[in-house]
Design a protein around this ligand. Sequence first.
Ligand code: NAD
Length: 470
Amino acid sequence: MEELQSNPFYGVFNRQKANQFKKGNTTYKERLKKLDALKTALEVDYKQQIREALYADFKKPFLETDLTEIYPVLTEIKFAKSNLKSWMKDQKVDTPLALLGASSYIVFEPKGVCLIISPWNFPINLTFGPLVSAIAAGNTVMIKPSEMTPNASKVMAEIVSALYEEDEVALFEGEVEVSEDLLKLPFNHIFFTGSPQVGKIVMKAASKHLTSVTLELGGKSPTIIDDSANLEKAVEKIIFGKFTNAGQTCIAPDYVLLQANLKEKFTTLFKSKIKEFYTDQVELSDSYSRIVNKKHFERLTSYIDEAKQNGSAIVSGGTSNVSDHFIEPTLVFDAPENSKLMQDEIFGPILPVKTFTTLQEPVDYINSKEKPLALYIYSKSDKNIDFIMNHTRAGSGCINHNLLQFLNHNLPFGGSNNSGLGKSHGFFGFEAFSNRRSMMKQHTMGATDLLMPPYTNFKQKLIDLTLKWF
Ligand code: NAD
């Protein structure tokens, strides 16, 4: 207890705890009002500030900010607005005949005081997206955004303090230590988005208080292309998915598994599409982001250096500029299995390609690694698609495209095992921040009333009948 009281965030935590029933007992209309305020902030009042913040953080193009940061949160709000009334309704369920005289239902009650820890790569989207679900479910929320995108964190802090009282939503900027202190508090739920390594730290901290967790993690997401695919379209979409946000996307295609006979055509198409999208001087293109900081820039350029040294074929790109953390879209063939490119989550604009001849090879390769967050297939063959789907496991996927599964709020979003625990978006986000409370109501004298002690022969007969028939 003493340890908790000396925690710098204990005061706010306690005020939120005291406020939890007031927030939890709000009607759907009151919750929607809170979400509407966030909608107006993102759509109108702070839109330009958000764009400028992300440009300052890693030169993210305005259009990409609109599409990948603001739009997904607005659609999350829109979806909640259309559905919250029905999500909040108690769910009636059947009651077995043996419990005659009672009715049963499930109440979606708010978990209580929740913590959201978010990453830097889509800071607005991955902070306010879960916040929409948490508010929709009637919780109070404490937020720690990433220290790596300080401009985005600053504008989010401004928005939160303009829209919410500290005892309903509070945001804390700062370094990792802020996260560490917050994680010591006995939250009712933690929603973490970030790397599997830090996910383990979060889960360990949560276990001290048996706090439930949603872990939205990462890993290497494979992309398979077989020789029935429309290769031009596949290359175009992969370039979009891989180089949006300069590859710093959890569900970006991490590497490609390509049917061997497509190698030359793939390379030619890749080069021409890069030129078409970003001109032949990508560094001057307004449509291409930078790497978030020097640490990640050096990590990624070390992968390229390693590829140069170990004889991998860098068939396109490979240049970089430390002055503003630019790395050219880079295509690499034949990276050895023990290289960083094939072992680490790349999280940057480098695309390694491995070739295969039979479809069993990509299946075996994918299954030799941790379960991916997303798995993509480009193919016109239903048989091949089914084969891949039936012999692999992944958090999500898309056939003949990528990333788009994130934008459909009817789909649960999240990983499996190493790529995550629990789901978000739409109803699934609401559910993550809710406890399904099981309720039974006795209306009249029930069958079970006949079974109270003392246990007589007659009651034994009743039990015998129950065991046999109900
Ligand atoms: P990260 O795990 O380094 O950091 C995420 C958050 O955790 C940050 O707010 C950071 O301050 C905090 N943190 C870092 N170290 C901590 C520690 N020791 N103790 C407590 N908190 C700590 O991740 P990142 O670099 O911000 O983001 C990249 C990773 O996130 C990638 O692995 C990517 O795949 C994953 N990601 C997943 C999703 C998803 O929806 N599944 C979305 C975006 C990013």
